[in-house]
Design a binder for this molecule. Structure first.
Ligand code: ATP
Length: 352
């Protein structure tokens, strides 16, 4: 059995005909960092709260470290599940020192052991010099590390984090993604993180679980999810993409679309009639005498690259979206420039 196992987890809130979470199945290995990713209302927080024991599922079972902590007949209370929780607003006690905040979760430990363990985890999060300060005397990033230290102190089976980066500004957010992952790895802790931000999810996790309307859409490593999104929703939710429909050739490798022939990275198992394609914008690279040619309709400066919206010359369907292409910033392009490009098959995927 896996370290954490969620089977058929289903939750209906009072009065709602649609489930907030529907027959969710997920297994997590010890030491894995998993993120639940999806738009607002997709059921991420409800899933996390069911694992924590704050919310009762209507159906399903939850196992943590081999122990059944929930089934329809019985439910272990949150404090007996061996979980550490980090809340979005950190939930530190303002009237307690950092040391006391961290010791708080250690309940029945002896005073000496509590102090020793609090010192250990404060060192782990790099805040050993801050033990006697109060939460308001720390920056947002430091407060978050205290919240993580407090969650880790009782050596939980799993740490659950709800939107841990959403209160941080862009620069600190990037640093904290790195710090939090490092701390979790050093502590060798299994973690489940909820976020609606693709960059958070990709930066911190071994595997990402994308959810929509209470249903898991795909479970994959960040790289696999980006390169091989399972369906149109995932392709559009993780990064930008061009979605096209086409007809598959007999060779099962080439798709005839409104922009011309597009080659898949490898031969498809079976021949499908009509297919949908996701082509990542960085899969289209400008080159002289490329296979595709069009006129730039819009340019957005993206910092590291320029986003070009290109209307293909051979495109009879003006109702279609222009192709989104990333071009290097040194490239001289403006609205009206005629560009030619090729498509890298590795960044083309068939989607449902
Ligand atoms: P967000 O990112 O906005 O927090 P989420 O993906 O975490 O969204 P949930 O909070 O799990 O989504 O909500 C899933 C669905 O369940 C939503 O339709 C929401 O309105 C509903 N819901 C959540 N909590 C309750 C509640 N206590 N009572 C009734 N409906 C609820």
């Amino acid at each position: 059995m896996s370290f954490i196992q969620l089977e058929n987890l289903t939750k209906y809130f009072n009065g709602s005909a649609d489930p907030a979470v529907a027959s969710l199945n997920l297994t997590i290995q010890k030491g894995e960092i998993i993120t639940l990713l999806g738009p607002s209302g997709c059921g991420k927080t409800t899933t996390l709260r069911m694992i924590a024991g704050f919310e009762h599922p209507n159906k399903g079972t939850i196992h943590i470290d081999g122990k059944e902590v929930y089934n329809e007949a019985q439910s272990l209370p949150p404090e007996k599940r061996g979980i550490g929780m980090v809340f979005q607003d950190y939930a530190l006690f303002p009237h307690m020192t950092i040391m006391k905040n961290v010791m708080f979760g250690l309940g029945k430990w002896s005073a000496r052991d509590k102090k020793q363990r609090a010192k250990e985890v404060l060192e782990l999060v790099g805040l050993e010099g801050y033990a006697n300060r109060y939460p308001t005397q720390l920056s947002g990033g430091q407060q978050q590390r205290v919240a993580l230290a407090r969650a880790l102190a009782p050596k939980p089976h799993v740490v659950l984090m709800d939107e841990p980066f959403s209160n941080l500004d862009a620069g600190l957010r990037e640093k904290m993604r790195f710090d939090v992952t490092n701390i979790l790895r050093k502590a060798n802790t299994t973690a489940i993180i909820v976020t609606h931000d693709q960059k958070d999810a990709f930066a911190v996790s071994d595997r990402v679980v994308v959810m929509k309307d209470g249903i898991i859409q795909q479970i994959a490593s960040p790289r696999e999810m980006y390169r091989c999104p399972k369906n149109c929703f995932v392709a559009q939710f993780v990064g930008k993409t061009n979605l096209l429909t086409g007809i598959m050739d007999d060779d099962k490798m080439n798709i005839h679309t409104h922009i011309g022939k597009v080659t898949l990275p490898e031969q498809w198992k079976e021949r499908l009639e009509t297919v949908k394609l996701s082509i990542r914008p960085e899969g289209c690279h400008l080159t002289e005498k490329g296979a595709y040619c069009g006129v730039v309709e819009r340019v957005t400066y993206g910092g590291e690259y320029q986003e070009l919206y290109v209307r293909l010359h051979n495109e009879p369907h003006l109702s279609k979206e222009p192709m989104l292409i990333y071009a290097p910033i040194e490239q001289d392009v403006e609205v009206g420039t005629i560009v030619s490009f090729n498509i890298k098959p590795e960044l083309v995927a068939l989607v449902e």
